[in-house]
Ligand binder design. Structure first.
Ligand code: SIN
Length: 180
């Protein structure tokens, strides 16, 4: 179901650095109870059906929080934007309702929608050692480009926003070291 009214959409992965839809406003935001992890398989963007890449999803963790960008999508464009995002995120992701806290604390929290690939989706890869994940990312590519690009663009965007994500930065360091 598509919501009505101007709606916040939260991005924590490629939606941070490549939203590919129009919006009225964007704000750095945080959600509580979730960790960003490279545990989702990508058979359609950063890998191939028989050689999936690794992209991020969110894993429930009540002590964690995850920072990303919230985009305010105009009511008039919502239907088109969600059709586009449902297609883009079709490899296992589902829409979830979430409360967004803005990093600028003067702004009151808002409800929003995000795309999560739940642990029981067909493309879920789950955890692996950092070395194995780094190797998989180094070797994978798909119609949207290399898996390395996905990782380095995400890490660069987080750095630019002064967001620290140990999992992402450690993985980036390992993949770049493999290429040296
Ligand atoms: C997101 O960016 O919010 C979802 C995961 C992705 O497309 O990388």
């Amino acid at each position: 179901m598509t919501p009505s009214g101007d709606t916040w959409v939260f991005g924590y992965g490629s939606l941070i650095w490549q939203p590919s839809f129009s919006f009225l406003e964007q704000r750095p935001a945080r959600i509580h109870g979730w960790s960003r992890r490279f545990w989702q398989g990508s058979h359609d963007h950063r890998g191939l059906p028989d050689a999936p890449g690794r992209v991020v999803t969110l894993i429930e963790d009540k002590h964690a929080s995850c920072e990303g960008i919230a985009y305010l999508v105009a009511a008039a464009t919502l239907k088109r934007v969600f059709e586009h995002l449902d297609y883009r995120e079709k490899n296992g992701y589902e829409r979830y309702n979430i409360q967004l806290d803005f990093l600028n604390e003067k702004k009151a929290p808002e409800l929003g929608i995000m795309y999560i690939a739940p642990v029981d989706n067909h493309a879920f890869l789950g955890p692996a050692s950092m070395e194995d994940m780094a190797l998989q990312i180094q070797h994978s590519a798909g119609p949207s480009g290399s898996n390395l690009e996905y990782l380095t663009e995400l890490a660069a965007a987080l750095r630019h926003m002064q967001i620290h994500d140990q999992h992402v930065f450690e993985l980036e360091e390992m993949v770049l070291a493999l290429g040296r």
